[in-house]
Ligand binder design. Sequence first.
Ligand SMILES: Cc1cc2nc3c(=O)[nH]c(=O)nc-3n(C[C@H](O)[C@H](O)[C@H](O)COP(=O)(O)OP(=O)(O)OC[C@H]3O[C@@H](n4cnc5c(N)ncnc54)[C@H](O)[C@@H]3O)c2cc1C
Length: 595
Amino acid sequence: MQVHKYDVVIVGAGGAGMRAAIESGQRAHTAVLTKLYPTRSHTGAAQGGMCAALANVEEDNWEWHTFDTVKGGDYLVDQDAAEVMAKEAIDAVLDLEKMGLPFNRTPEGKIDQRRFGGHTRDHGKAPVRRACYAADRTGHMILQTLYQNCVKHNVEFYNEYYVLDLLMVEEDAVREDGTPYKQKRAAGVVSYDLASGEIHVFQAKSIVFASGGVGKVFKTTSNAHTLTGDGMGIAFRRGLPLEDMEFVQFHPTGLAGLGILLSEAARGEGGILRNADGERFMERYAPTIKDLAPRDIVARSMALEVREGRGCGPNKDYVLLDLTHLEPAHIDAKLPDITEFARTYLGVEPYTEPVPVFPTAHYAMGGIPTNIKGEVLQDNDTVVPGLYAAGEVACVSVHGSNRLGTNSLLDINVFGKRSGIYAAEYAKTTDFVELPENAEAYTIDMIETVRTADGTERVAQIRKELQDTMDANVQVFRDERSLTEALNVIASLRERYKNISVQDKGKRFNLDLLEAVELGFLLDMAQVMTVAALHRKESRGGHFREDFPERDDENFMLHSMSYLDPEAVTDQTAGIRMDTKPVVFTRYEPMVRKY
Ligand SMILES: Cc1cc2nc3c(=O)[nH]c(=O)nc-3n(C[C@H](O)[C@H](O)[C@H](O)COP(=O)(O)OP(=O)(O)OC[C@H]3O[C@@H](n4cnc5c(N)ncnc54)[C@H](O)[C@@H]3O)c2cc1C
């Protein structure tokens, strides 16, 4: 085992991690640990854009952007955080431009902007052009630009290091009201080096989790294979809460049957959804902004069309994304990659044929709770000194119960930057915390248990059954019966997980072993999502309960907080204690959400 010491350790080299590293690297001795080579992170797959009220093409301002974000999130957004994000969006785009990102331009040479779902002029009057973009490769450009700038600032990368545990110490502390409590404090992380199979402990004054999402709990998903919720799982296992985990975004336009994403930019550029009758059905569900309604509404409308028999194809199980009225030259200039996906994966020519699409699991609105500095909360009132989180792994709650398109690339830049600055500044004020004794023991035990396991169950089979049950029971529509069914299946899969075996018993590049470890995180996170979904007996944003189809502000205008608690053992809790946290309101009162 080797021990390294850094002022700041960042877990993850996607957009959030590298944006944090650029700030931290200029202020403190910083290392980035990442299970993927940095430019392979999922941020690189982002297509459509990153929004900011630059008003380059049309009148716009950050207040309208804040309103859209709050309304889009069905009022579960912490409004102070949304204000920060919308205000700082403008600098976030300009920062990237100065770092060298090649945005698409207007004929006058300004950064061009296009439409995206839920982004409107003057509080919902009409769609507005707010998304800055680089064709349909915006995330690729962001990731490359950030990586080059990390290299410029001499950030040290540990590539293909899997972080598997978070080290914290507990200290006696006193709350403002005088009550004593045990405060957790960050001390380091434990990681596994893929190339050698060795354990490396990183001692750090500040730690930033930026390890991305958890889309792989579902079968039909736009997410990369690596998005297994490790960061959320690590924090949860160490007793930290997870916030709003019931809220998963299903993106309307996944390629039917595959889930591969076709960016909402296709509709931003004029694409239209049609049912089997050729009807533009979104006119019925969102008369003002139609196909550019927020994703939860569009995804639900599509699922309803299919359910009511107006789906297309031999099984009537998808709808069509129609781009055929757009000029091929326009398609080539603005949507080159995604139209190529339609040709490659479905054999459909988007110039002349509509593309079969259906909702695909896309984004986790929930995650590790933080405040607007990126500091992680250990409960509603107190932070964990030295611990930060940003990006999809985190929940600063700018997305509430439904994220607007292009707000995530924005979130990772704004809150990545903030957490990098605050983590480095905190590191300057404090000493290293002593590592707990046998800091690596828990991780070694976990790895060795899996490596030496000789059971009869296969990792791939358990993962498949998990994804199948999540697709069947925890999707766009949910109810008590389906969620209970999912919970029972997950419980039996967790039992079977104890009886797995991995074939590769070696030390070097043992991906077999790591897939088994990742499956452990997936099982934990699927359970948290399902329990949280069972407890939210209302419908809001991405969470639609058929048995409670209305939003219920009186009882549920609250964030949910899930804690690991072996004593919570009813058949609806599965060892998870549910708590709530108030939503932060500044200027917007909840209204009925119409588009
Ligand atoms: C196909 C697709 C298209 C999208 N398009 C858009 C868009 O146009 N606009 C928009 O706003 N949003 C979009 N999104 C969402 C957005 O891209 C993501 O939410 C965002 O990029 C997440 O960034 P991140 O830095 O938090 O995580 P990621 O980019 O996923 O990076 C996670 C990092 O964590 C590391 N990591 C994970 N686990 C571990 C571990 N155990 N140990 C060490 N390292 C670890 C990985 O190596 C990786 O470097 C899209 C998402 C997808 C999937």
